[in-house]
Write a protein of this length. Structure first.
Length: 94
């Protein structure tokens, strides 16, 4: 996947589905791309770990532990940006 073909919409929709179904176990949960998940008390640090593993497996994006911060993981848009950046960095090294 090249930077120009990184599908940010797909990343966001897959993250939303995963968080609703696997983390919250509520597929109809009212979340949007900018819902504050950590600062809003919806998910915790254990959830962040599961989400980062999902991003690595689903998008082949290596997420560094140091990047698992509130700034990078508070909303689905933040997470999608982090995954996209990780994919871009990985492509630059290839």
């Amino acid at each position: 996947m090249t930077h120009s073909t990184i599908d940010h919409t797909r990343i966001r929709s897959q993250l939303l589905r995963y968080i609703r179904e696997e983390i919250l176990r509520d597929p109809d949960c009212a979340l949007d791309m900018d819902t504050p998940l950590i600062t809003g008390g919806i998910i915790d640090s254990f959830s962040i770990t599961h989400i980062s593993v999902f991003m690595e497996k689903e998008f082949s994006a290596h997420i560094r532990d140091a990047d698992l911060t509130i700034e990078n993981m508070d909303t689905i848009n933040d997470m999608a940006r982090l995954a996209g950046n990780a994919l871009s960095e990985s492509e630059k090294r290839s």
